[in-house]
Design a protein around this ligand. Structure first.
Ligand SMILES: Cc1cc2nc3c(=O)[nH]c(=O)nc-3n(C[C@H](O)[C@H](O)[C@H](O)COP(=O)(O)O)c2cc1C
Length: 213
């Protein structure tokens, strides 16, 4: 990339990071369908452990359903007033067992296919399983996609908020998803903010960065 282009892209990205804030109230204005596609593309292109993409991005834009989702998120206005919610469902333990249909389908896309994939994967899977960490590992993938979608949305001038406060059973019920197969990783809501952006509260670099040499 040319220096000038790099400078522009870097500045633009940082500007989106600086101006994104957790928006708690949205105007009653629907999102453009191209903007929704863009946000979802930011999620789809996100990296995931072993490239497994254990997520399903369930979108809700319908007012009635948004009200129900808001209630399932303990009445948070950020949810009920938003124009769009992306509920990121992730796979549960069963999907990650060597031999599962999910694993076979995902790994068949990689060079060498399932058998080569398994050589690499099995050890890490057994390690996570021995520590009972499969579910938290799966859920953590949702956070990366969520971050990319939120920054991507800000690059379009849209506001967002990550939502971790939800009653999982109720959310799965609204989405018609099976609690045996999926868990809710995270919900992210989007829209045109209807509040003054809050100033960022962040620790200075020296408080959170340690240079080990
Ligand atoms: C994983 C995660 C879950 C969050 N859950 C909620 C939530 O349920 N409700 C809410 O109002 N804000 C939620 N937030 C927003 C945070 O409170 C907010 O991002 C944080 O205070 C930093 O502020 P900023 O995003 O405006 O910079 C969540 C943020 C993250 C990253």
């Amino acid at each position: 990339m040319e220096d000038a282009q790099k400078g522009f892209a870097g500045t633009f990205f940082l500007r989106a990071m600086e101006t994104r804030f957790a928006c708690k109230r949205y105007a009653a204005k629907p999102l453009e369908s191209d903007d929704i596609k863009y946000i979802l593309e930011c999620g789809r292109l996100s990296p995931s452990s072993f490239g497994l993409e254990p997520w399903t991005f369930c979108t809700i834009g319908n007012r009635e359903l948004m009200e129900s989702l808001g209630a399932a998120c303990f009445g948070q206005e950020a949810v009920s007033s938003a124009a769009l919610a992306v509920c990121i469902l992730v796979e549960k333990e069963k999907a990650f067992e060597p031999g599962s249909d999910f694993l076979k389908q995902r790994s068949a896309r990689f060079p060498g296919g399932y058998s080569v994939f398994l050589e690499d994967y099995r050890g890490y899977y057994e390690f996570l399983r021995s520590q009972d960490r499969i579910l938290s590992w799966s859920r953590s993938q949702a956070y990366i996609a969520a971050a990319n979608m939120m920054t991507g949305a800000k690059a379009l001038g849209l506001d967002s908020c990550a939502i971790e406060g939800f009653a999982e059973g109720e959310v799965l019920g609204i989405l018609g998803a099976s609690a045996e197969e999926k868990t809710v990783g995270l919900i992210v809501v989007f829209g045109y903010g209807d509040e003054t952006p809050r100033e960022k509260i962040r620790e200075p670099p020296e408080a959170i960065i340690r240079l080990i040499s």
